[in-house]
Ligand binder design. Structure first.
Ligand code: SF4
Ligand code: SF4
Ligand code: SF4
Ligand code: FES
Length: 404
């Protein structure tokens, strides 16, 4: 049964069991948080969300305190605001003052709150941690414990979402710190490099190593896409700067996966700009006809690649060849054998495939073909593949790699 309460003089109804934070959010009332994330269980660690509740002896943490019938809450009482300012100041007593150079500036919950609550970075002669930056050789995750606010979001993300339980807090008092396993390297602690912990870290204590220096949140354009690695269909945002992908970020509104991604989706994007990536189709010269190859290569529309490129015979040389043919490009001479790969255009390559399919079907019938579909394709692609196999090629010899 819904409950009724008053928050900031506004009458609100909320579902039974809702926290004060959830009740406030459902009414569009913001309460600042650091350790809370809606995907994760609440632990009430940071005390940023404290609010005044009429009749209560002390401030309540809105993320853990249940809303109750008839409750009267003030989220911006002088006490609550002062308490938040104190929490922020305490965090800054042990935080580097380097937002200017910080990778996550502009995308940092602590930075935003310090700005909102106008807290100064405190000069003091007491201890500040001086942890080694990037102490772990993991190729994707950078750890900077100097920026850790001990909120435990990474611990809960790893445990509750990824079920790995890699992270925990070790030691006591000022020596408390985030550790992987028994203060080990990530790999020794069973990390599978999904990057969930990085995605949930509200500050710059965990960062994406591949993206360092390539663009902050406000310098990139986010382009939503669907992962091409498998058929699950996770969605994420490619962070693009100067036409180059500099990072992948997951998003709470991705319908299949929410914030979760595996290592391939989150960190497997460097192939896009890899110099070895094929961006045009390669067709063996024998399927194109050696005369056509000579003409198109000379015209600059196709090019000779692979072994033929390595067997470049030099300017003006008149080559002879046993089983191949010779042709002159604009500047160079290549020996092209029937098996040489030629970089063509898509229309040409697809025509070659279509003509060959037609030829084989005429000569041997549809059962000359057997087709294997892939779990890396989308459902829609596999559906089309199925139709193509049965209706165009006229065979039922189709299978799927997931069954093998
Ligand atoms: S983590 Fe946030 S508060 Fe800390 S230096 Fe970076 S931007 Fe500033
Ligand atoms: S990368 Fe994934 S598995 Fe590794 S510590 Fe982070 S959340 Fe856990
Ligand atoms: S690394 Fe980030 S998420 Fe983990 S405890 Fe520190 S600040 Fe919180
Ligand atoms: S957000 Fe409630 S205690 Fe941290």
């Amino acid at each position: 049964m819904p409950i009724s309460l008053i928050i900031n003089n506004k009458a609100i109804t909320a579902p039974e069991g809702a926290t004060i934070l959830e009740a406030a959010h459902s009414a569009g009332i913001d309460i600042p948080t650091l350790c809370h994330h809606p995907d994760l269980g609440d632990v009430g660690a940071c005390r940023m969300c404290v609010v005044s509740v009429q009749g209560a002896r002390a401030l309540q943490t809105a993320c853990t305190a249940p809303a109750a019938e008839g409750m009267v809450v003030d989220t911006m009482s002088a006490e609550a605001v002062e308490s938040r300012r104190f929490v922020l100041e305490m965090l800054l007593t042990d935080h580097p003052n380097d937002c200017m150079g910080c990778e996550v500036a502009g995308d940092c919950d602590l930075q935003d709150l310090v700005y909102d609550y106008q807290v100064e970075w405190p000069e003091h002669n007491g201890d500040r941690h001086q942890y080694e930056i990037n102490p772990d050789p993991n190729p994707f995750i950078l750890i900077d414990r100097n920026k850790c606010i001990l909120c435990s979001r990474c611990i809960r993300a790893c445990s509750e979402i990824q079920n790995r339980d890699v992270w925990s807090f070790a030691y006591r008092g000022f020596k408390s710190k985030l550790v992987a396993g028994a203060d080990q390297m990530l790999i020794e602690a069973g990390c599978e490099t999904c990057g969930q912990c990085v995605a949930y870290c509200p500050v710059g204590a965990l960062q994406d190593k591949m993206s360092l220096g390539l663009g902050r949140a406000n310098q990139v354009k986010k382009v939503r896409t669907t992962c091409s690695y498998c058929g699950v269909g996770c969605q994420f945002d490619l962070n693009v700067r100067n036409n180059k992908i500099v990072r992948v970020t997951s998003s709470e509104d991705a319908p299949v996966n929410g914030m979760a991604l595996c290592v391939k989706g989150r960190y497997g994007y460097d192939y896009v700009h890899h110099p070895d990536r094929l961006t045009r189709p390669l067709v063996r010269a024998k399927w194109l006809g050696l005369e056509a190859v000579a003409e198109e290569v000379n015209g600059g529309r196709w090019s000779v690649v692979s072994e033929a490129q390595q067997r470049l015979v030099g300017h003006g040389h008149q080559p002879t060849s046993g089983n191949g043919t010779q042709h002159a490009t604009r500047n160079t001479q290549h020996v092209v054998s029937s098996d040489t790969y030629i970089e063509t255009d898509w229309d040409t390559a697809l025509d070659v495939v279509a003509n060959k399919f037609t030829e084989e079907k005429k000569a041997h019938g549809g059962d000359a073909f057997a087709l294997l579909a892939s779990a890396k394709c989308t459902n829609e692609e596999n559906f089309i593949f199925n139709k193509f196999t049965r209706q165009m090629l006229a065979t039922h010899s189709i299978d799927h790699c997931a069954r093998l």
